[in-house]
Design a binder for this molecule. Structure first.
Ligand code: LLP
Length: 432
């Protein structure tokens, strides 16, 4: 599943990332710190691209999930394109050296200056979210004298079993154009020579641990493309968005091959006719490629609750507070009998006791893990928050004036700080 594993050293279990001991690394860079595994990033990317090889898709890594340019570059050097949603992400993308033609530029609220930058950079497609935006893209492209390709984001009206904050493919969200309004949309905007609508984009939400919603979305997408083609529009790109699951718990997410077995047969003949398929995976590549290392500052007993108060919390990993998300947490050093057999909510081992893993932030909701059975932990011990590579650092904040932690990229036996720890001076750097 990934390249984070416990090794037994003098009778004790110690957490390693590839060929690097995370305790040694934490001695060096201190905590809190994000650590990413290059082998895991590459492995997930490769599995996805191999599973979908019959479609020869363009895989655009979703930068919002883990925007560090060194992480993105690992993927772009492997052939990945990038999925961008802001001028800031475009700026990052260009720094990675990615071919802009391998980028999709999405986002429900694109500013005029962002659209202009995307046009000037020559991104492959702009994913259009509304009629006003489509008209504006056309105007700006004409002003620049530079036509662009665009895909219309369609809301396929599919209910998915995911948190209400991350479900996007049902009616009533701000995303895309309703399926039954697409043909009228094309009648108005489909023949612009500047904003050339030639693709369909969907993103049904994330994470989606079932295959069926994708099958339904693809079927609806194909029917729609056929209707548009029968009216004379040329549709040569189909972007299925992201949202494939990740193993926050061992074995929780379908393998890339399982998604592919269901999706490939539906699209294979279309690809043979010239359709370009695009995916925008974020978490399925990055989530299990990262851990957040924390140090336990205090072990506090309060009534019948034990709190492990750590040096990072919702400021660095907001997903549990925001979505009730599960992240496996385990000490970086344990007795050999406490090496976790699997990353699950209920680990079946003797000698564990229930704790709440919390951070230093002045909010009751500052929780990383609640009622979790863990081995005995003392102040000074370190914990790893697993599955933290996606939407961890990218959603971290300086709340409570906590400087952002470093990001470290491990490649085999090498560990490189790819973003340094912020200082207190950094906290004030923008204040004038
Ligand atoms: N494409 C579009 C249009 C998206 O909106 C997203 C995610 C993706 C691709 C990538 O989805 P992924 O493969 O990473 O699931 N902060 C939340 C997730 C929000 C996702 C926003 N859009 C979380 O921590 O779970």
């Amino acid at each position: 599943m990934d390249d984070f594993h416990y090794k037994i050293e003098s009778g004790q279990g110690a957490l390693w990332c590839e060929g690097v001991s995370l305790d040694d690394l934490a001695d060096e860079v201190q905590t809190p710190a994000y650590v990413y595994s290059q082998a895991t990033l590459e492995g997930h990317y490769d599995r996805l691209s191999q599973a979908f090889a019959p479609l020869d898709p363009l895989i655009c890594f979703s930068v919002k999930s883990c925007p560090n340019t060194s992480v993105c570059r690992v993927l772009t050097q492997r052939g990945s394109g990038l999925d961008l949603v802001s001028g800031g992400e475009l700026y990052r993308a260009l720094k990675t050296g990615v071919n802009p033609a391998k980028c999709v530029y999405a986002g429900v609220g694109k500013r005029p200056d962002e659209i202009t930058s995307a046009l000037e950079a020559g991104v492959g497609w702009l994913n259009v979210e509304s009629s006003q935006e489509c008209a504006l893209i056309g105007q700006l492209a004409e002003q620049l004298g530079q036509p662009c390709r665009a895909a219309l984001r369609v809301n396929p009206d599919i209910q998915t079993e995911t948190h209400q904050h991350t479900a996007t493919g049902h009616r009533g969200t701000k995303f895309g154009v309703q399926l039954d309004q697409v043909e009228a949309f094309f009648e108005t905007y489909g023949s612009s020579p500047w904003c050339k609508l030639s693709g369909i984009h969907l993103h049904i939400g994330s994470p989606i641990l079932q295959v069926e919603p994708y099958v339904m979305a693809v079927q609806k997408g194909i029917e729609l493309m056929d209707r548009l083609r029968s009216k004379g529009y040329i549709i040569d790109m189909f972007d299925l968005g992201g949202g494939f699951g990740a193993d926050y718990q061992s074995g929780q997410a379908p393998e890339a091959t399982v998604y592919a077995e269901a999706i490939v047969p539906l699209l294979e003949s279309r690809v043979a006719e010239g359709l370009q398929v695009v995916f925008e995976p974020g978490r399925s590549i990055a989530a299990n490629a990262g851990v957040l290392l924390l140090t336990v500052l205090y072990v506090k007993q309060s009534d019948d609750h034990t709190f492990l108060i750590c040096d990072g919390g919702m400021n660095l990993m907001i997903r549990p507070a925001l979505y009730d998300a599960f992240h496996f947490v385990w000490p970086t050093r344990v007795t050999a009998s406490h090496i976790p057999p699997a990353r699950t909510e209920k680990v079946q081992l003797d000698g564990l006791s229930p704790v709440n893993v919390v951070g230093p932030i002045c909010e009751t909701g500052d929780i990383i893990a609640k009622d979790r059975a863990l081995p005995q932990v003392q102040a000074g011990d370190r914990l790893a928050v697993f599955g933290a590579g996606a939407y961890g650092m990218s959603m971290a904040s300086q709340y409570n004036s906590q400087p952002l932690p470093p990001e470290v990229l491990v490649d085999g036996q090498k560990a490189k700080v790819v973003r340094r720890r912020e200082t207190y001076a950094d906290l004030l750097a923008m204040e004038v």
